[in-house]
Write a protein that binds this ligand. Structure first.
Ligand SMILES: [Zn+2]
Length: 338
C-alpha cells in the first residue's frame, strides 16, 4: 500500500489518476479542519511526483521518497507558520498570526530554480489561510505564472482565502472521517475497542488528532481534567467563574491562544452533547464516557437555554478571532453559564 493516508480515498484516487494521466495541476489547495491528514497527503503527493520506482505513487522505499519523508530533498520545499517561527522564541512564534510577505518572497526566490535532481520541484505552503493581503497578492503572481517544472500545494485549515487564490488552484476539500472509520483505524493500531471508540468520538473524525493523542497520553489526561474543571464551575459560584475567565484571558494574551480555543471547543462539545441527550439524539454524543452525567444535566435545563449557551460559546470563539477583549469575551460566557 504505497499511500498511507487514512480515509480520503477519493482524494488519493483523483491525485493518482491525474498524475498517471499527466493531467495534474500546477497548483493545488488542500483545505479542511486541522488533523485530517492534509500535510501527509501533500508530502505523499510530493513523493509520488518524484518517486524513482513508481511515478504517480509514493513507493516509500526509493531514495527520493525517503529523503522527502525526512525533509531533506532539495526539490521539495515546505514553508508555513512553523518555519516562519522557527528562529523565534516560543512565545514570539505563538504571537505570530499571519504569513508574512518575507516568508512568501523567500519561497518565491526558490521557485525560480529548476529541479536539482527530481522531476518536479514541489512547494508546500502550510497555514495558507493565514496569508495576509500583502502576502496573498505576492502569492497570486506565482500562481498566475507558475514555472512548468513546479507544483504548488497550499494547505489550509479553513477555506478563508482570497477567491482569486482559490480560483487558480485545483481544490480538494477534505472532510472529517466517519467515526466508524477512525475507530477501525485505531483498532488496526492495536488499541482496544473501548479506547478506540472513545478517542474516535472525541476526535470529531480528525484522525490526526486521535493519533497524536495516542502518542501523547498526557493530552488525554489533560482533556479529562479540563472537562472536570469546566463541569465543577457550575457549582462553584460566580467568583470561581470569573477567576477562570481571568486565567484564560491571561493565557490568551501570553500567546497561548490555541489552548484557550481548546477550552472553548471542549466546553461547546459538552453542551452540544447535553443538547443531543435532551433532544433524544444520543447516538451522536461525543463524550461517550460520561453519558450518565450528560443525562443528569440534560434533565435540569430546558432545550432553548442549552441551545443558547452552545451558541454563546461559538460566538465567544468568533469574537476572540476578531480581536475582541479576551477578558470581556470569556466573562460574558461564564456569567451566562446555565
Ligand atoms: Zn519512491
Amino acid at each position: 500500500m504505497p499511500w498511507t493516508i487514512i480515509g480520503h480515498e477519493w482524494a488519493v484516487n483523483q491525485l493518482q489518476h491525474s498524475m498517471l494521466a499527466g493531467s495534474d495541476a500546477h497548483a493545488y489547495l488542500f483545505s479542511g479542519p486541522a488533523g485530517l491528514g492534509k500535510a501527509l497527503l501533500a508530502l505523499q503527493m510530493a513523493q509520488a511526483l518524484n518517486c524513482e520506482v513508481t511515478p504517480g505513487e509514493p513507493c516509500q522505499e526509493c531514495c527520493s521518497c525517503r529523503r522527502i519523508a525526512r525533509g531533506n530533498h532539495p526539490d521539495v520545499r515546505i514553508a508555513g507558520m512553523a518555519t516562519q517561527g522557527a528562529a523565534l522564541k516560543a512565545e514570539e512564534a505563538a504571537r505570530q498570526k499571519e504569513l508574512k510577505i518575507a516568508t512568501i518572497r523567500e519561497w518565491q526566490r526558490d521557485i525560480s530554480l529548476r529541479p536539482y535532481e527530481g522531476r518536479r520541484r514541489v512547494f508546500i505552503l502550510h497555514d495558507a489561510e493565514r496569508l495576509n493581503e500583502e502576502s496573498s497578492n505576492a502569492m497570486l503572481k506565482t500562481l498566475e505564472e507558475p514555472p512548468d517544472y513546479a507544483t504548488i500545494i497550499l494547505v489550509a485549515n479553513s477555506p478563508d482565502l482570497l477567491p482569486t487564490i482559490v480560483s487558480r488552484c485545483r481544490v480538494l476539500r477534505l472532510r472529517p472521517l466517519p467515526r466508524r472509520q477512525v475507530t477501525e483505524a485505531l483498532i488496526a493500531r492495536h488499541l482496544v475497542a473501548e479506547e478506540a471508540e472513545l478517542l474516535a468520538a472525541w476526535s470529531y473524525g480528525r484522525i490526526g488528532w486521535a493519533l497524536h493523542a495516542i502518542a501523547n497520553p498526557e493530552r488525554i489526561a489533560a482533556r479529562q481534567e479540563q472537562l472536570s474543571a469546566l463541569l465543577a464551575l457550575a457549582g462553584q459560584g460566580r467568583g470561581a467563574g470569573l477567576r477562570w475567565a481571568e486565567q484564560r484571558a491571561k493565557e490568551y494574551r501570553n500567546g497561548e491562544q490555541e489552548s484557550v480555543f481548546g477550552w472553548l471547543e471542549l466546553w461547546q462539545s459538552w453542551w452540544r452533547d447535553v443538547l443531543l441527550v435532551a433532544t433524544g439524539c444520543e447516538a451522536s454524543v461525543v463524550n461517550i464516557d460520561r453519558r450518565h452525567e450528560l443525562s443528569t444535566i440534560a434533565t435540569r435545563h430546558n432545550v432553548p437555554a442549552i441551545h443558547a449557551f452552545v451558541q454563546r460559546i461559538g460566538t465567544a470563539a468568533q469574537q476572540l478571532r476578531e480581536n475582541g477583549n479576551p477578558q470581556l469575551v470569556l466573562e460574558n460566557v461564564v456569567l451566562h453559564h446555565p
